[in-house]
Design a protein around this ligand. Structure first.
Ligand SMILES: Cc1cc2nc3c(=O)[nH]c(=O)nc-3n(C[C@H](O)[C@H](O)[C@H](O)COP(=O)(O)O)c2cc1C
Length: 250
């Protein structure tokens, strides 16, 4: 098992995997880490669909064009889930408040599922696996993904996580420096310094993209991310949430 320091500081997304299977005891470790994730109210408002069926992985690949979905050994899909507590409440004759129909209800489910995914990422890294979060499972055709996974009302896809024995070791991607991430006691009011430091980061990423091992690009950071945002504005997430039984009122 890798140290916590190495697992956190040397992690990169890995999108190419060996054909071998992940040992079941390693998956059990990842599941235990997922289950022990801190969650809002200890409500554990998440579930995970564990996919090993190759035909299903291929279908998900066809929808998203994310090759790692069919080449990974295991694909975990993290969902926000209010179905479970609603079922138990029904059995106990308890009224379920319309919490799912609030922004906070939606946010909490997303936070819980995301933290659970992060537990899996760190556990997988510590166990020597490669992982890659796949948001396209939520954005490209979430209705079709939900149909394939037979998600009931109250459950929606937050993100996928492809896992496998690593077949590549990508260069560590530079991240924003401390000065643009951590503000002491209050948010910075020095926008000039903020923009200056962000510009340095923009240059650092441009350099990384131009010189990294594997495929190189001439992408900067800011412009490239804004292109993603532009594209993401086409996603119909509100409609998807409605279809999954969410009616956000406040
Ligand atoms: C919520 C989320 C969704 C992501 N979706 C995708 C995806 O659909 N496809 C992909 O190749 N990488 C995806 N990534 C991986 C990011 O591109 C990656 O984490 C980022 O570029 C930083 O690189 P690093 O993980 O190597 O540090 C996603 C990451 C997160 C956290």
């Amino acid at each position: 098992m890798e140290t916590v320091e190495k697992s956190l500081l040397e992690r990169t997304s890995v999108r190419r995997y060996e054909r071998e299977s992940i040992p079941e005891e390693t998956m059990e470790f990842i599941f235990a880490a997922i289950r022990n994730t801190p969650t809002s109210y200890n409500g554990q408002q998440f579930s995970v669909i564990d996919i090993s069926d190759q035909a299903l992985k291929e279908k998900l690949y066809e929808l998203t064009n994310q090759k790692q979905l069919k080449t990974c050994n295991r694909l975990l899909i993290f969902c926000s889930d209010y179905n479970k507590i609603s079922l138990l409440a029904q059995k106990k004759g308890l009224e379920v408040p319309e919490f799912t129909n609030t922004m906070d209800g939606v946010i909490i489910g997303i936070i819980d599922a995301s933290l659970a995914m992060m537990s899996a990422v760190v556990a997988a890294q510590a166990a020597g696996l490669g992982s890659n979060c796949v948001g396209y499972l939520r954005t490209v055709d979430p209705a079709k993904v939900s149909e394939l996974l037979q998600l009931p009302k109250g459950v929606f896809v937050v993100c996928g996580l492809a896992l496998g024995i690593p077949r590549e070791h990508p260069d560590l991607k530079p991240k924003q420096q401390n000065s643009t991430v951590f503000f002491k006691n209050h948010y910075t009011s020095d926008n000039d310094k903020l923009v200056e430091d962000l510009s340095k980061y923009d240059e650092e990423i441009s350099h990384y993209n131009a010189t990294r091992s594997g495929t190189t690009t001439d992408n900067d950071w800011c412009g490239h991310i804004l292109e993603y945002y532009k594209h993401a504005m086409q996603y119909q997430i509100l409609d998807y949430l409605k279809a999954q039984g969410y009616d956000i009122k406040k």
